[in-house]
Design a protein around this ligand. Structure first.
Ligand SMILES: [Cu+2]
Length: 68
């Protein structure tokens, strides 16, 4: 299991937090996601045999949020 910490910008409310969390959690290989709405700090635990960090970053961008 690998842990990736992302800093996500553009999250302004609880809905944003849920949207980002859901987008990451639905990916095959993601085990756990923690989103801090105040700092944008997002921690993702994932199986590196099934996913790459790049895939996780791409999903955040596709959801409409920027990586800082
Ligand atoms: Cu929002």
């Amino acid at each position: 299991m690998e842990t990736l910490t992302l800093k996500i910008g553009g999250m302004t409310c609880n809905h944003c937090k849920m949207k980002v969390g859901k987008a990451l959690r639905t990916m095959d290989g993601v085990e756990n996601v923690q989103v801090d709405i105040n700092t944008g700090q997002t921690t993702v635990s994932f199986d590196s045999a099934r996913l790459r960090a790049e895939d996780l970053r791409a999903v955040v961008s596709e959801a409409g949020y920027e990586l800082i």
